[in-house]
Design a protein around this ligand. Structure first.
Ligand code: NAG
Length: 344
């Protein structure tokens, strides 16, 4: 029983030691992860131990055979590769320019020694320099404002947030319109709501030129920054004004027109039918030149004049014609009537 326990204990210890050993082995062979965008450059930095400052350094691909060596510090520039050894910091950096998808894969940083060289594994990821498959569509109007909301992961809460024009992640940060480090300028304002893990960029005084693609960016200290895309359409104002200004204006005009038509119709209905009325108003205008009248005079006159054809209506046709003729021509007659009204 006792010996069995001892056996169990030593077995557990053995397993524990094996585990520790495995972790140590894997951790010593730490892989350097590097990412870059297609068409852009990437830096691969590898550190080395004290005493190796004057040794030759190199970068190689795959299994690091002789034909796999891409560049060495003895020839600092070759094809799309360049190398620089910072001996003070004991870091050598290889720059790979104009990346393409075929550059992705496994590399080794090597230090040439007598005997076996030292190696550090490097994994390079190459991503297309465009974002994203999905984008949020936003619309607004000229002169107005708009808000672009960008969600982010909880791990990015304290990281730098920014927004830029276009669809290129590689240049987004250096061309940022606004960042969470400097949250306000003439046209843009950035607010970060860490609780709902969302930052909002408010754009004011919109013009047609503000239409287009935008990228929300979140800076990562390791690896590539994280992006989401938005598409903004700033619409022409005139169409909008037609709706809110011109349509009511037309309605008002129509209303006024209707009002006048109704008034005219009402006037017609109130009048005593007969030729006399309109004719007499015409003659009244001619009379006006010579005679000073007040409104009461005119009204009195019109009333009287409009009655005249009626008075004659029981006459024969020639009599009626006569009355019309008289109304048209005899100004003196009207004058005398007005004087008559005055005097009465
Ligand atoms: C690579 O390193 C060089 C030298 O430090 C620097 O000028 C360049 O901007 C770096 N490139 C990238 C893509 O980080």
């Amino acid at each position: 029983m006792f010996s069995c326990d001892v056996k169990m204990w030593s077995l557990q210890n053995l397993l524990f030691i094996i585990c520790i050993a495995l972790i140590c082995v894997t951790s010593t062979a730490a892989v350097i992860h590097v990412s870059g965008y297609e068409g852009r450059d990437v830096n691969v930095s590898c550190s080395y131990g004290e005493g190796y400052e004057s040794y030759e350094k190199y970068l190689c691909r795959n299994d690091c055979g002789n034909s796999d060596v891409l560049i060495t510090t003895t020839k600092a520039k070759k094809n799309k590769y360049s190398i620089y050894d910072d001996k003070k910091r004991r870091v050598f950096t290889t720059t790979l320019s104009d990346l393409s998808s075929v550059d992705a894969g496994k590399y080794w940083c090597g230090v040439t020694r007598t005997g076996k060289d030292t190696y550090t594994e490097v994994r390079l990821e190459v991503e297309p320099d465009s974002c994203c498959d999905r984008s949020t569509n936003i619309q607004s109007y000229e002169g107005g404002s708009v808000s672009i909301s960008c969600s982010y992961e909880s791990e990015d809460q304290n990281n730098l947030k920014y927004i830029c024009r276009g669809k290129q992640p590689s240049t987004c940060l250096q061309q940022a319109l606004i960042t969470s480090d400097n949250t306000q300028n003439a046209q843009f304002r950035l607010t970060d709501d860490k609780e709902s893990r969302k930052f909002t960029v408010n754009i004011t005084s919109l013009t047609q030129e503000d239409s287009g693609s935008y990228l929300c960016g979140v800076h990562r200290n390791t690896g590539l920054d994280v992006f989401s895309a938005a598409e903004l359409e700033v619409k022409d104002v005139p169409h909008f004004t037609i709706l809110i200004y011109v349509v009511p204006a037309i309605l008002v005009v129509l209303l006024i027109l209707t009002f006048f038509l109704v008034m005219v119709h009402k006037n017609k209905c109130n009048r005593v039918p007969g030729d006399g009325v309109t004719v007499n108003i015409n003659t009244l205008n001619t009379a006006e030149a010579g005679v000073k009248m007040n409104i009461y005079d005119i009204e009195d006159y019109v009333d009287m004049a409009s009655l005249r054809p009626q008075d004659m209506s029981h006459d024969d046709d020639t009599g009626k014609d006569k009355s019309v003729y008289q109304n048209f021509t005899t100004t003196e007659d009207i004058d005398s009537q007005i004087y008559a009204n005055h005097s009465s």
